[in-house]
Write a protein that binds this ligand. Structure first.
Ligand code: PMP
Length: 295
């Protein structure tokens, strides 16, 4: 509808044919963020390449797409196979795999029903340069139902996360810690939040967060190590005197927090639950377990 063989667009200083072989200039994803995505890590291990928790990630991919009524025209198995082939063609072992399903050409706000699927893979060794993070409690709040589908990975929503990160960095911090619309601690812009206090591990409950796959894995590892995990609603004042804290996510893995709004942790990271869970996580991503897909 928007492109013929004859029309042009202005793009980065050049006039280009509107019709091209890449992503469309008229996609609802480009203009309005109407898209959903996933982030999966591949680890090169002695058993082969592991696509860590691939099943959980692709399940969430289909769920996020469903929230937008975008029908992914491939099966779970086809997406796994495409990811494998993509890693192979790019000569990648340790890598980040990013599937994206995005809306077709539509300048209006009626949702595009035409789902396009893209997968990219690239080396992403560490998400953060700093080994420990100084967090800033962000003025940007996370939206939840009914304001938004905060439990899916919907592209447009990430503008909120980018702005929170930008604000934290502008103030000299490494990353933001976001509250929900009621002022309860929610999570990092692309990660979940845990803190240690009174020999227990605490994390915001589901409902005002994106329920991360790494979060679920860390809770399981903690329980296996006889650590009591409390999921609940916490206010910034509950962080007074905490021993340790960390963020979890596929890209960030487990990253320690050294301070929150200038207040340091009361224990050395080396002696915290975060450190021992990080060691267990590292062992897990490199060893076989049933939910992992090996290539
Ligand atoms: N929250 C948000 C908003 C995210 O984008 C991510 C990264 N996927 C996470 C949390 C962590 O989720 P996971 O552990 O599944 O990567």
């Amino acid at each position: 509808m928007y492109t013929t063989d004859k029309n042009y667009v202005f793009h980065n200083g050049a006039f280009l044919k509107a019709k091209n072989n890449g992503a469309s200039f008229y996609s609802q994803a480009l203009h309005y963020g109407y898209a959903a995505f996933e982030g999966i890590r591949a680890y090169g291990t002695e058993h082969g390449i592991v696509l860590f928790k691939a099943k959980d990630h692709f399940k969430r991919f289909f769920r996020s797409a469903e929230a937008l009524d975008l029908q992914i025209p491939y099966s779970y198995e086809e997406l796994i196979e495409a990811s494998r082939e993509l890693l192979h063609r790019n000569g990648l072992t340790d890598a980040y795999v990013r599937p994206l399903v995005y809306g077709g050409d539509q300048m209006g706000l009626v949702p595009s029903q035409e789902a396009q699927v893209l997968i990219v893979a690239f080396k992403w060794k560490k998400y953060y340069r700093a080994p420990h993070l100084n967090l800033h409690i962000s003025p940007y709040r996370r939206l939840k139902q009914p304001a938004f589908h905060g439990d899916g990975k919907i592209s447009g929503y990430y503008v909120n996360a980018i702005l929170a990160t930008k604000k934290a960095k502008a103030k000299g911090f490494d990353e933001a810690l976001m509250l929900d619309d009621e002022g309860y601690i929610a999570q990092g812009p692309s990660s979940n939040f845990f803190f240690e206090k009174n020999e227990k591990l605490y994390t915001p409950e589901k409902g005002n967060i994106l329920p991360g796959i790494t979060r679920k894995t860390v809770i399981k590892l903690a329980k296996e190590a006889d650590i009591e995990v409390v999921e609940g609603k916490f206010k910034p004042e509950d962080l007074e005197g905490i021993k340790g804290a960390f963020l979890t996510g596929t890209a960030v893995e487990i990253i320690p927090i050294s301070s929150i709004d200038g207040k340091p942790m009361t224990e050395e990271y080396e002696h915290t639950m975060g450190k021992s869970l990080s060691n267990s996580y590292r062992r897990l991503v490199n060893l076989q377990e049933p939910e992992v897909v090996y290539f």
